[in-house]
Design a protein around this ligand. Sequence first.
Ligand SMILES: [Zn+2]
Length: 292
Amino acid sequence: MTQPVALPDLAVGPACEPGEPVALDETVTRITAPNPSIMTGPGTNAYLVGTSEVVVIDPGPAIDSHLDALRGLIAGRRVAAIAVTHHHRDHAPAARLLADAVGAPVVGLGHDQLDVDVAITEGSELAAGPDVLVAWHTPGHASDHLCFFAPASGWLFTGDHVMQGSTVVIGPPDGDLGAYLSSLERIRDADGVRRLAPGHGRVLESPAAVIEAIIVHRRARGTVVLDALREHGPGTPAQLRPFAYADVGSDRDVVATATCWAHLRALVEEGAASSSSHRDDPEAVFTATTAA
Ligand SMILES: [Zn+2]
């Protein structure tokens, strides 16, 4: 069974070293949290956007040294907002602590696992010094996922919608593959996006090429999952995972099973599979409904 090809690496600029701020241009500074792992790459990136007035995007995990580093970078500047791309624990927990420290509101779409002071949505605008950040609702990796677009500079802050060096996990029921692909197509086709600033890893140039490669990779994985279902099904996501993700090691078993489930749900939506149970049951048994 063929496996999807690896994504091209179109990263540019300095590497992500935890605790070392990097000025990406006159208005954007990145600092990486000290939480490297197989899931977070070199760690979670926080971004300061603006000059004398800034928006902080994704303050990250609640690690004292990282909060101290963020406060040092802010030093004397007004924080207009602390913007959170989504509720996951490697992106959001420091938001409340930083908000209390600097007297700024936490803004995000809102989620039962993330309290925000100001709920924003598709098209909301945040003043960030000379630029403005426009929120784009990009569900898929998480239901509350936002990207932030700076029209004047062309930066798109992608959170976990696009990562450098890895595909992202789509974990149902909060994650949804169909929504994810639609959100990818939306940013691939958007005007004015010149560079991607991901939540994990380095800056990515050639945004349309990067995103198209991710879409192709995902579609190829969908074919592999359907082949696995036809050959080895019926089965649950956990039973099918070894065949659908044979190229992914046991150290990523949980996320491979979750994303396998996301693909099986998408196959049901496409009419290529049926499920023994409701959509949000991780133990559902899936069956192929079409022959190869
Ligand atoms: Zn995430």
